[in-house]
Design a protein around this ligand. Sequence first.
Ligand code: ZN
Length: 460
Amino acid sequence: MNQKDHMDYAVELDIAVKPTTPVPNLGAEYGYYVGAGNPLFSVGGGVLRTALKHVLHKYHARKGYYVVETPIIARTTLYELTGHLKFYKENMFLLNIEGDEYAIKPMNCPFHVLIFMNLLQKYSSKVKLPFKIFETGTVHRYEIAGALRGLLRVRAFTQDDAHLFSPEEHVEASLMEVFEMMKDVYEKLFYIPVTSETVKLRLSLSDKSKIGEEFMGEPEMWEFAEEKLFKVAEEVKRKYGIEFFAEEGEAAFYGPKLDVVVYEEGGKEWQIGTAQFDFNLPKRFKLHELIKETHGLDANLYMIHRALLGSLERFLGIYLEMFKGRLPFSLAPLQVLVIEITTGNEEVDKKIKELSSKVVNSLKENEIRVASLTSTKTHLSRDVRKVESTVKPPLILYIGGREAEESAVVARPYDHNKRRREQMKLKADEVLKVIEEMERGVVELAGAPVRVPADPSYMV
Ligand code: ZN
């Protein structure tokens, strides 16, 4: 049997449309109309993205980030200023509007810098440093068609993108907070353990002999930034036992960076989170001059780009393969499936149906995405196998004759840590307790459960 890849899972979970699927009656495939590397998310994907963005927005806001939204296109004058037009043009989509050249944004950073500058201009030193700004920002980058792959490598994607503007004395603490936010989100939302066995930090550094040429900026800035990265990596090692390794000469021309690399059982490795210094943009936007005026800051102001997940699309692709389509409760399009095991005895079956609709309605009232399915003792294992190999609801509830009699359900929540289902019998009105347990990590991140109601009954 062929092994499924992330796109197979995405289709089964109704997250995305496979570009090679034929459009009914039109004689062409979806990809023909949508274009390569431009994922078409389905309604299940819409639910997932809405919930995920909500968790991320709430979490970042609670961590002191300002959450913004910025335009999809900008005049190329913006990218002339940043240097992208000179160094990154071949990856940018350009448009001509009324004789003016525009670009579809390949990154969100320039907008964030402009917003920061405007705040400084308006509110001066009342703007607190370090300043942290976050966006789930959709960007477009040209990649050759041959390099595109499912959700893992695309031309249109949404970054969980933030920028930190930090004076020297806060850089280390800011970076440490970034790492701890990564750990928080990976573990609490996604059940990806961040331990010495599963994760390493990679530091991409300059080649000291080429500072000023290949690597822009003053040697002191590089020295400072790289020293901070080492300090943070050592602190992470001391606190969490996580190892790091350094690669000299691997930094971007504008600054060194720290990546989180996740190692899967079986040897696959994925680079996920990243924190990158930038000596280029502050200089081009004359941020130092401005911050000197507003905050009397004579020392350097450091700008750091960071993403916890990278791009939502790529991360989702990785995640679907890592967990074989088992999504966390808060993100799964179909969260709860109630299976009625009918008996053929009219009276008993009536009670089963009654209890089932009572449970379904109460979950719907709580904005849980729930569907029900009628089966029989004979067909149960076949029906469950089908559900488990396609829509994979994180929680399955069984109601048979005995349960109907006792106003109870057999609950089988999926445990991501053990990678199997638990089983327990409980009163029908206690189902929400099981759900609250499955939402605990999200509540820790977002401060409250994140529930996006939708009717997923078409999926079963
Ligand atoms: Zn950036």
